[in-house]
Design a protein around this ligand. Structure first.
Ligand code: UDP
Ligand code: MG
Length: 315
């Protein structure tokens, strides 16, 4: 029976944590008593530098419940980094780790299916949403177009899969070799390879508290996904530049010809338009190049992606 670790990133989740611990404990103990998971299986709550009582709660629960473990990051590093911190700690103790959100949006009833697939030999199991009923129309449409965009840009990501997934110890080991700072796990995991499968589930509403992903963070995350995995935007710019150069040569010839045959007019409008247009275009291009340069900058610093302050794991 595999040792299963449930890795749960938590940022200001004091409102949901008691319920999450209760439900996950019930689920995990039933999996253990059904012989699906080993007695040494644990839940690992990663406190991502919360400002509320999240860490106190984790400490308190771990004292009274052997299944509860926790790690405390010294500062808020964002969902992806918190998740990575949890997975890397879990890697030392488990056969497979399943990552899920603290807010009970990911249906925990399918946890057995993840483990079953792992026992059948899958190293990576993706949780895929069977529908997007609980999303707003805006979220649904933007998500759909985002997946399409990623596909055209040549990034391999699993449709409607977020971060509800199982990874075996081999996959985790491979993941630890990816040193990038601009972390987008959904893009990295498919690159790791290994045999993989899917588990379908219904995503619920958040149990309590509010989303820690406002639109601003979501946009940044989406942009990170593109710029961390695809250099196609750079190529598009280059192509655009070439096209515009060719067009301007034609324009130049046209201008020369009309000058020679003496029909040229002092076209202030066209002149000012092209100045503005080209100025804007250049700025846009420089901006996009800048995004990549910024990434190179942060990658070359090789800063640690998180710092673990404390760890509790009951044996
Ligand atoms: N989270 C985190 N650090 C952050 C933001 C979020 O660890 O900086 C955690 C959060 O506690 C939750 C998960 O990431 O367990 C998903 O966040 P949330 O539910 O707020 O996002 P949504 O489901 O609304 O996309
Ligand atoms: Mg959520």
């Amino acid at each position: 029976m595999p040792v299963v670790y449930l890795v749960v990133p938590c940022y200001n989740e004091e409102e949901v944590l008691p319920e999450t611990v209760k439900r996950l404990t019930a689920k995990l103990s039933s999996m253990i008593s059904d012989g699906k998971a080993s007695e040494e299986s644990r839940m690992l709550f990663v406190d991502d530098g919360s400002r509320d009582r999240t860490w106190e709660l984790i400490e308190q629960f771990s004292a009274e419940n052997t299944y509860v473990g926790g790690i405390k990051l010294s500062h808020n590093r964002g969902h992806q980094n918190a998740l990575l911190a949890g997975l890397m700690s879990a890697k030392e103790h488990c056969d497979c780790a399943i990552s899920l959100d603290a807010d009970l949006q990911d249906d925990i009833e399918v946890l057995d299916q993840f483990v079953e697939k792992y026992t059948e030999g899958c190293e990576v199991v993706y949780g895929v949403r069977s529908s997007r009923k609980t999303d707003t129309a805006f979220k649904r449409n933007t998500a759909r177009s985002y997946y399409k965009l990623m596909k055209t840009l040549g990034v391999e990501i699993v449709y409607d899969h977020a971060d509800y997934r199982l990874m075996g110890s081999k996959a985790l080991e491979a993941l630890s070799e990816y040193k990038e700072v601009n972390l987008f796990l959904r893009g990295i995991v498919p690159l790791i390879g290994f045999r993989s499968d899917y588990v379908y589930y219904e995503r619920h509403e958040r149990f309590a508290g509010e989303s820690k992903y406002p639109l601003r963070k979501m946009l940044k995350f989406a942009l990170d996904g593109v710029t961390s995995f695809s250099v196609k935007p750079l190529r598009i710019i280059a192509n655009l530049g070439i096209t515009i150069c060719l067009l301007s040569i034609i324009g130049l010839i046209y201008g020369l010809v009309s000058f020679i045959i003496g029909s040229s007019v002092a076209g202030w409008t066209s002149l000012i338009c092209s100045v503005w247009f080209l100025g804007g275009l250049q700025m846009l291009c420089i901006g996009i190049v800048g995004v990549y340069v910024g990434k190179i900058y942060s990658e070359t610093k090789h800063r640690p992606r998180y710092t673990v302050e404390k760890t509790i794991i009951n044996d």
